[in-house]
Design a protein around this ligand. Structure first.
Ligand SMILES: C[S@@+](CC[C@H](N)C(=O)[O-])C[C@H]1O[C@@H](n2cnc3c(N)ncnc32)[C@H](O)[C@@H]1O
Length: 261
């Protein structure tokens, strides 16, 4: 089985994030955390923007963007995730969002977008850098790309936990059971789909801040912001995440420079 097929099979069985959204208000607020990555504080920033989300999972983030006035096209490799995303859209009567099943590596954009998001996806692909450059090509001049990937240092504690669970069992259900018993018993975790995403995804890679910044510059983007924030010495920031518990998931944003800039 090739790597993309094994990833698809994982997310067919455990569509992510499968959040239990209880109200339209909470769905609208779902994407609010990402604004700081753009150095924006008002959700009105999203109004009227054309947005592509690559690897949208079960659609919470895309629906949230659309409820904040964006026009969103979203796709995912997993059919069961897309089905849930369409159900969520229906449940909350979300307009201006469409979902389809597609692979980043064969996606052909019919237009360019103001913003392209891909959160928690590229580190599950066989070629994260290539996937980044394909998505970067979908952004308009002066538009933005916003990507979240596992950080090589910030993720270390979770990598060790995943590796312990991986030594104890081979199949996903047992991994989830072991992870729950060893590391999450009594705590309020988000359920089996969340545990599956943390402990049994067959492919994941880990990235340095400097490689993320080089993806941006090599595709003609300037750095805008990130979560967690980084200092002028990215390596020091990353090292501090080893101890602070931050940076397990590093989200960064770049602005596409106009020709000649
Ligand atoms: C951890 S989930 C993230 C979902 C969502 N972006 C979020 O942040 O909640 C990763 C998603 O990436 C999708 N994915 C992985 N490889 C992909 C590819 N080559 N093309 C499209 N989607 C992909 C998976 O199907 C899965 O839904």
């Amino acid at each position: 089985m090739d790597s993309t097929q094994s990833i698809r099979e994982h997310y067919e069985k455990y569509p992510y994030p499968s959040r239990d959204i209880v109200s339209c208000k909470s769905l609208k607020n779902y994407c609010g955390w990402v604004l700081s990555v753009f150095n924006e504080s008002s959700q009105s920033f999203l109004e009227g923007k054309s947005i592509l989300e690559a690897g949208c999972g079960t659609g919470e983030f895309s629906c949230s963007l659309a409820l904040n006035g964006a026009n969103v096209k979203a796709f995912d490799l997993s059919a069961s995730s897309v089905k849930r995303a369409n159900q969520l859209k229906k449940n909350f009567s979300v307009k201006n969002v469409s979902f389809s099943q597609q692979d980043i590596f064969s996606f052909t954009p019919l237009k360019k977008y103001d913003i392209v998001f891909s959160l928690g996806v590229l580190h599950h692909t066989p070629q994260p850098k290539k996937a980044f450059s394909l998505l970067a090509n979908c952004v308009k001049e002066n538009g933005f790309i916003c990507v979240g990937v596992y950080n090589r240092f910030g993720r270390l504690k979770q990598r060790i936990r995943k590796s312990i669970v991986g030594q104890m069992s081979r199949d996903s259900e047992s991994k989830i059971n072991h992870a729950e018993t060893l590391f999450h018993s009594g705590s309020s975790f988000r359920g089996r789909h969340w545990l599956a995403d943390k402990y049994s995804v067959p492919i994941e890679s880990y990235h340095s801040v400097s490689s993320c910044l080089s993806w941006l510059s090599s595709s003609g983007f300037s750095f805008v912001g990130s979560k967690p924030e980084i200092s002028s010495f990215p390596l020091l920031s990353e090292l501090s995440w080893l101890f602070s518990g931050q940076g397990s998931f590093f989200t960064f944003c770049g602005k596409k420079l106009a020709q000649g800039e």
